[in-house]
Design a protein around this ligand. Sequence first.
Ligand code: ASP
Length: 320
Amino acid sequence: MASSDSKVVVLGTGGTIAGSAATAADSIGYRAASLGVEALVAAVPALAEQPLECLQVAQLDSKDMDFAVWQALAAAVAQQLQRPAVAGVVITHGTDTLEETAYFLHRVLAPPKPVVLTAAMRPATALLADGPQNLLDAVTLARAAAWRGVQAVLGGRVYAAADLRKRHGWHLEAFGAGDAGVLGLIQDGRVQRFRELRAAGPHPAAAALPADAAQWPIVDIVVSHAGARAESIDALLAAGVQGLVIAGTGNGSVHRALLQAAQRALAAGVPVLRASRCLDGGVVEGAGGALPDALPGCGALTPWQARIELMLDLLVRRAP
Ligand code: ASP
């Protein structure tokens, strides 16, 4: 446990946790990213006596998350964690792309101190807002050295960055941890941990991430479904896509119309990964080796995680 006078830095990026609605009864028709991070902290009396610093890194609905914000966020987290007085970092974020930002930070930072993302399904003005408790729990975790690495805390559950999945569009209990299950529980400031995570360093490309986010590799996701059309891949190739993830059906199977176009992508030097559009399970390769379509599966990664992974892999290939 870090000493009680060590600081937690709370980085605000917007989201519903910072949202406000016209009435307390409105949990759907609100405007996300309305309140600053200082106001979120001020709304939690139990945080008043704690050594905290707040920094607004962005103010957006996380449906609009982009690489420039990821770049700024990764830089801000790395900078804060370098300070000996800082025990850990909390990030307030929207729920829509929470799992993407968590995975991205996990892969580019693999931080030696806790980095805890939190969010809310109800705006700050709701009758029973979930944000304040989530924020308090996140600060508790960020102070505990044993929680090094990137995780998210929502509704008293702690999720490893790699396991986090948004599973419900509007319900209060919107998140799951896939087949791996939650990492732990937190109740009244007491944390119960169920398992340890394998220590892993950052992706080799982390240090080579271009400062100009416009230079990041272009990787898009195509979904396989009934009546899928080759033209969706061909159009992306024509638009200069540099890598593709196909969110396949079931165990990463791909509609034959897309397969032909995927072969054209491979022939043009554009790598293609197969993920699954199913919520859990990922892609398991057959015992006989690669499937006949010769498109590598992405294992347990979700399509959004596979996309981040492929972007980073492409950066390594690009390195001189
Ligand atoms: N659209 C919001 C966001 O992701 C949803 C939320 O935070 O719950 O920013």
